[in-house]
Design a protein around this ligand. Structure first.
Ligand code: URA
Length: 236
């Protein structure tokens, strides 16, 4: 049998409000458990078996969520911020109480594939440099692309502050575009690697993580859940 949990905890996880708001909702008879009004928000329910609804809307509980977001420019890869919009602000209410966080960070001006989850183990498997997962970026650059750029990246770039990067790939894809593949996620890594070879990044877009590509149907700012198969693609 699945673990029992408090009704208010389950509803909070699904974005139905704070503990106090849920107490009120229950008291007022808005919450049904298996078709009957449940006026006590502290009762234990079985998320796998009990049918729960609020104001006639069925509550679908999932312990873990796995989302792919097309991150737009101008939004922070954070869970909350007093001044700027965050990637969490782009999600609907049903994801607001589930403890989601971004899997690694993209800079505020970087666009593209950002994963969100509340599964710490899955996130760690993706972000740990020890797992050698390729993250592929398209960088638009200012400056003269050096002829030996590929070799410099392959040898491992030394950043301006002396930090040594792991070997990476850099391939020129257009007059001022470069495709860069890295397996780590140091602060401003791609921008600083480019700076080390004399290039200024003017736009940066992440296309893929392992074999998981950004869905081309997703407009900037929109998201979708990953299928079970897609959850394994970062590791392939
Ligand atoms: N490298 C950067 O410099 N910025 C990002 O957002 C991601 C990788």
């Amino acid at each position: 049998m699945a673990a029992m949990m408090r009704l208010d905890k389950l509803l909070g996880h699904c974005g139905w409000g704070t503990r106090r708001q849920l107490k009120e909702l229950c008291k007022n008879g808005n919450v049904l458990v298996n078709g009957r009004a449940c006026r006590d928000s502290s009762v234990k329910v079985d998320p796998a078996a009990d049918v729960i609804s609020v104001d006639g809307e069925q509550v679908l509980y999932e312990q873990y969520s796995y989302l792919m977001l097309h991150k737009p420019a101008g939004v922070l890869s954070a869970t909350e911020d007093r001044h700027s919009q965050t990637v969490l602000d782009l999600l609907p209410r049903t994801y607001q109480g589930a403890g989601l966080f971004p899997v690694g960070r993209l800079d505020k001006d970087t666009t593209g594939l950002l994963l969100l989850t509340n599964d710490g183990k899955w996130s760690h498997r993706i972000t740990s440099p020890k797992k050698h997962i390729d993250k592929v970026y398209e960088a638009t650059v200012d400056g003269i692309i050096p002829e030996d750029m590929e070799e410099q990246f392959q040898a491992g770039i030394m950043l301006a502050d002396g930090l040594q990067c792991l070997p990476a790939h850099a391939v020129q894809t257009g007059a001022n575009t470069v495709e860069i593949t890295v397996q780590e996620g140091k602060y401003h890594q791609v921008k600083r690697m480019c700076a080390a070879v004399g290039l200024t990044v003017t736009a940066l877009h992440r296309r893929s993580i392992g074999s998981l590509q950004l869905d081309s149907c997703l407009q900037p700012g929109s998201f979708r859940t990953l299928t079970e198969k897609e959850r394994e693609l970062p590791f392939e």
